[in-house]
Design a protein around this ligand. Structure first.
Ligand SMILES: Nc1ncnc2c1ncn2[C@@H]1O[C@H](COP(=O)(O)OP(=O)(O)O)[C@@H](O)[C@H]1O
Ligand SMILES: [Mg+2]
Length: 249
C-alpha cells in the first residue's frame, strides 16, 4: 500500500506540488498524467525516496519515508523497480549485464542471476540482443532493456517516468503490453506519462496533475471527455445486457 497524506514539495520558495493525498493499493495500475511541468516526475521522485517532501507523509508498504534511516531506505528501494526517463542504461554493459546489475548489487548468487536474466530477456523479447551494447539499440529496445532491469529483482512496485517518450507508436504498444503483463503478475505499476494514446489504450486509474495539484482521480482515458465517453459506452453495453437477459428469461 502506498499512502500519501498532505504532501507538498517546494524548490526554494517555488511550490511544485501541493495538497497531494492519495492511496494506491497493492497490484493497482496507475497512470499519472498532466501537461509538461505539472509535477509528474517530482511526484515519482518523492515515491522513490530520491527527493524528500517538504510537507506531509509518504508511507510505502508501512515504511514512513521521512523517518527511515539511510540503510533502511536502501533496503526499501529494493522493493522498487524504477524505469528512469532517460533510461540510465550502463553504457559499457550489454543488455544482459544491465539486467543483471540490480541483482549483483543485492548479492544474488551468479547461478540465480543467470536464470533471472534469461527469464527477463524472454519477457522483454530481447534474447537476441542479450550481448548488444545499449548505444546500438533502437529507442524501443532501450526502453525494454530499462524495463527489464527494473523488473529483474522482482520488485513489488514498478515506477516508470515517460517510458514511451522516445519510441514509435508500434513500440509504444509493445511497452504498454509489457507493463500490463508485469501488473498481471502482481506488481503495482505506476507510470508518469503525457502520452494520451498510451493512457487511452490502457484505461487504468488516471491521476491527473495540473500545476502541482490533483485535478482528477478516476478510471478511463487521458482526457476527461474520453472518460465520459467510456462510461457512456459501458453503461449502454450494460443496459443491452440487462435487456437481453430480460428477453431470454
Ligand atoms: N530540482 C528542481 N529545482 C527547481 N525546480 C524544479 C526542479 N525539478 C523540477 N522543477 C520544476 O518543477 C515543475 C514540475 O516539474 P516535473 O515534476 O519535472 O514536471 P513533469 O514531469 O510533469 O513535466 C517544473 O516547473 C520544473 O521546472
Ligand atoms: Mg516529467
Amino acid at each position: 500500500m502506498i499512502e500519501l497524506i498532505g504532501i507538498a514539495k517546494y524548490y526554494g520558495k517555488t511550490k511544485i506540488l501541493s495538497d497531494i493525498s492519495l492511496s494506491i493499493a497493492p497490484g493497482e495500475f496507475v497512470c499519472i498524467t498532466g501537461p509538461s511541468g505539472a509535477g509528474k516526475s517530482t511526484l515519482l521522485h518523492l515515491l522513490t525516496g530520491a527527493e524528500e517532501a517538504t510537507k506531509g507523509t509518504i508511507e510505502i508498504d508501512g515504511v514512513d519515508l521521512r523517518i527511515v534511516p539511510p540503510r533502511a531506505l536502501q533496503i526499501f528501494r529494493q522493493k522498487l523497480g524504477i524505469v528512469f526517463q532517460d533510461y540510465k542504461l550502463l553504457k559499457n554493459r550489454t543488455v544482459a549485464e544491465n539486467i543483471a546489475f540490480p541483482l549483483e548489487v543485492c548479492d544474488v548468487p551468479d547461478a540465480d542471476i543467470d536464470i533471472a536474466v534469461r527469464q527477463v530477456l524472454t519477457i522483454i523479447d530481447m534474447t537476441k540482443h542479450a550481448h548488444t551494447l545499449p548505444n546500438v539499440l533502437s529507442g524501443g529496445e532501450k526502453a525494454r532493456t530499462a524495463i527489464g532491469r527494473a523488473i529483474a529483482h522482482d520488485p513489488l512496485i514498478i515506477l516508470a517516468d515517460e517510458p514511451t517518450g522516445n519510441v514509435d507508436p508500434q513500440q509504444s504498444a509493445l511497452i504498454m503490453n509489457l507493463f500490463k503483463k508485469i501488473n498481471e503478475s502482481g506488481a503495482t505499476v505506476i507510470i508518469a506519462t503525457h502520452d494520451a494514446g498510451l493512457v487511452d489504450a490502457l484505461q487504468t486509474r488516471v491521476i491527473e496533475l495540473r500545476d502541482g495539484s490533483i485535478t482528477r482521480d478516476s478510471k478511463g482515458g487521458y482526457a476527461k471527455e474520453n472518460f465520459i465517453k467510456n462510461v457512456t459506452a459501458n453503461l449502454s453495453s450494460n443496459t443491452k445486457k440487462v435487456k437481453i437477459t430480460a428477453i431470454s428469461s
